[in-house]
Write a protein that binds this ligand. Structure first.
Ligand SMILES: N[C@@H](CCC(=O)N[C@@H](CS)C(=O)NCC(=O)O)C(=O)O
Length: 201
């Protein structure tokens, strides 16, 4: 019997998008449930941190997008997204992309707090980190092999698209190498079918 795999995801989560894209690329069938994580107390029994994405396979819960992607990759018959040859490079690049997502998310969460609660200093710190990280990606850009997809490429594309969704696309003019690669990558069907859905949450 085929395992029942449920992916609890949000409408806009860049971490969740990474996992959804991985399931599409690795051809793993799963049921995606889009939830509002801020009201999802039912999730606590699987993941006390109450974050999406969370994957549940016949009652076994896997949390954190990297673990979920590694799991989906491990049960796939397709080429691995984590080849041994460049494993640590791929993992580190993926973590840099995760850090970018995190900064854009933190900035967003801070900016929607009420005026007497939000910290301009904190928002500014995140914005500086966002610009620094994208600049680093541009300066350390290596040409990816168009014929072999790796996890870091998916993570970087999701992070950059999320930056445009929540902040702006100024980086595109400042980072020509990255922009050239990204424009082509966005055309892929797994990117087109996983665009962020709602501005509000
Ligand atoms: N390290 C986690 C980060 C996941 C994460 O931050 N998810 C956000 C949505 S994008 C979330 O669930 N936030 C709920 C909250 O903070 O209450 C991963 O890679 O999965």
């Amino acid at each position: 019997m085929q395992d029942q795999i449920i992916l609890y995801n949000g409408p806009n989560s860049p971490f969740g998008r990474k996992t959804k894209v991985t399931s599409l690329v690795q051809e793993i069938k799963l049921e995606e449930k889009i939830i509002n994580v801020y009201e999802a107390s039912f999730l606590d029994k699987y993941n006390p941190i109450r974050k999406i994405p969370t994957l549940v396979i016949n009652g076994l819960a896997i949390m954190d997008s990297d673990n979920i992607c590694l799991y989906l990759d491990s049960i796939s018959k397709k080429n691995t997204l984590f080849p041994k040859k460049n494993y640590w490079e791929i993992m580190t690049m993926t973590s840099i992309a995760n850090g970018l997502m995190e900064s854009v998310l933190e900035r967003r969460m801070e900016s929607i707090r009420s005026d007497n609660e939000k910290s301009k200093k904190f928002i500014n710190k995140q914005e500086i980190r966002i610009v620094r990280t994208i600049k680093w990606l541009e300066n350390n850009w290596k040409n990816y092999d168009d014929n072999y997809l790796t996890m870091d490429q998916i993570a970087i594309a999701c992070a950059l698209d999320y930056t445009m969704f929540r902040l702006n696309d100024n980086w595109r003019t400042d980072s020509p190498k990255l922009n050239k690669w990204f424009s082509k990558f966005l055309e892929k069907s797994f990117m087109k079918s996983t665009l962020p859905r709602e501005k509000s949450i």
